[in-house]
Design a protein around this ligand. Structure first.
Ligand code: SF4
Length: 437
């Protein structure tokens, strides 16, 4: 099973190549040597990650050929049934028309959309966000895998179940061999083309070790690597980019420095933002965002969160619900509703650059079994599957009852593909690199 389809190299232009997918052209940064016109490649996140033989590519494309257009038709139909005419909900409609004409909405308008309470207007907002998603990204849906390599954390975030507050938790740190085997299995057995390696803030693993691991993954596997190791230092970011990492997943958690300081004692909001900015300068694809429903958070904070993600050149937005763990000081505080989270994702689709991908987080899926479908129909176009070895997953206990905690990788893949096909989404990464000069 593949999570991207091969494309054919159609043109070269400096470090970029143009790749053709069934007549649709996308640009990608090429770091491979020896590519020629007519070769087949897999590209992810705007980077060529590997060349593929003509035979393998043609077999894959043959399988996809009819399905690709069938899925597009289902997706187009899903947006065509929305109530686009009439003067109902004229604010939402007006914002949508402006965005479709290439304009933007203001922070006050973002704030307005976040404050919509009538169920009819919300439903219209979700449908409109889905329409905007479809207009720009067509039916592509990124499916990345995530491997949680360590749950050992020295930080004391006031809601996190693997923080230093959770004294009873058994801690683990996967060895290099365990990590390489998990990557091998994800890439070779299951066909993942993009993987996130995630760790808590674990001082027990040095940057040198991480560089060694990333270097070996890069040499052995054709996969786009995102790192998510917390604040590993600006120099650490440089060294890991040089080793082959091309994406950074680091949430800023909240755009409000006061709120950040309250719930992340000993951590610096400025330092966190500096990491994201540095990663952007280095050329990493940025996955960032915040918590929805943090105690004391206002709608103005949320509007600013979305705006800040845009300023940080977010490639994929990761905004998920506040889910406090029972072993933490905020255990008694409520989480937002499924509808609240969907509304934030929909508003982000209105506010951010149209290129931005929006993730349905595992946290959101933990709120509801239906969250993935709800999010994808409210402007989102990305999901992550947990490919951590099953015996470690329960220990990466950031909040209780995490979705898919005990599902095998095969079960997650089958469930995801079935759900995506039902919505007319193709698990590909086609909407890449169109204007990344
Ligand atoms: S949120 Fe991250 S840094 Fe904070 S305690 Fe949890 S794993 Fe550690």
């Amino acid at each position: 099973m593949c999570y991207a389809i091969p494309g054919r190299v159609k043109a070269f232009e400096g470090k970029y190549i143009t790749v053709d997918y069934f007549g649709e052209e996308r640009r990608a940064v090429n770091e491979l040597s020896g590519l020629a016109l007519g070769d087949y490649v897999y590209a992810q996140g705007g980077f060529v990650i590997t060349k593929v033989s003509a035979r393998e590519a043609e077999l894959t494309l043959e399988t996809w050929k009819d399905l690709f257009f069938e899925l597009q038709a289902i997706d187009e139909k899903s947006v065509a049934i929305s109530p686009w005419s009439g003067k109902k909900y004229e604010h939402v409609r007006g914002f949508m028309d402006r965005i479709l004409a290439g304009g933007k909405i203001t922070r006050e308008e973002t704030r307005y959309l976040l404050g919509v309470t009538s169920s009819g207007e919300k439903e219209f907002l979700f449908s409109a966000a889905n329409y905007l998603r479809q207009q720009h990204h067509k039916n592509s849906c990124c499916v990345h895998g995530i491997i949680e390599i360590s749950n050992t954390c020295v930080e004391g975030c006031h809601y996190c179940g693997i923080s230093s507050f959770h004294k009873a938790l058994v801690r683990y740190r996967m060895s290099k061999d365990e990590i390489l085997e998990a990557v091998r299995s994800a890439v070779e057995d299951h066909g993942f083309k993009a993987l996130v390696l995630q760790s808590a803030e674990d001082p027990g693993r040095s940057v040198d070790e991480l560089v060694d691991i990333i270097t070996e993954i890069k040499q052995r596997f054709g996969v786009l690597i995102f790192i998510s190791f917390g604040e590993i230092g600006l120099q650490g970011l440089e060294r890991l980019y040089a080793a082959g990492a091309r994406g950074l997943l680091l949430r800023f958690e909240t755009s409000n420095p006061g709120l950040y300081a309250k719930f992340h004692p000993g951590s610096s909001w400025d330092e966190r933002i500096a990491h994201i900015k540095k990663a952007n300068e280095l050329g990493y694809l940025i996955v960032t965002g915040s918590l929805i429903g943090l105690p004391g958070q206002t709608l103005d904070d949320l509007a600013r969160d979305i705006e800040l993600a845009g300023e940080l050149n977010v490639e994929m937005l990761s905004m998920g619900p506040f889910l406090p763990h029972p072993a933490t000081p905020l255990a008694h505080m409520p989480s937002p509703s499924v509808e609240d989270v969907a509304q934030v994702l929909a508003v982000a689709r209105f506010t951010l650059d149209p290129d931005v991908k929006i993730l349905v987080t595992t946290g959101f899926e933990t709120l509801s079994l239906e969250a993935r479908r709800i999010g994808l129909m409210a402007g989102a176009n990305s999901v992550m599957l947990n490919v951590t070895p099953v015996d470690k997953r329960a220990l990466y206990n950031i909040y209780p009852g995490r979705a898919h905690q005990d599902d095998t990788i095969d079960a997650q893949i089958q469930g995801t593909i079935k759900m995506l096909e039902g919505l007319g989404r193709a698990p590909t990464d086609l909407s890449v690199g169109q204007d990344d000069n």
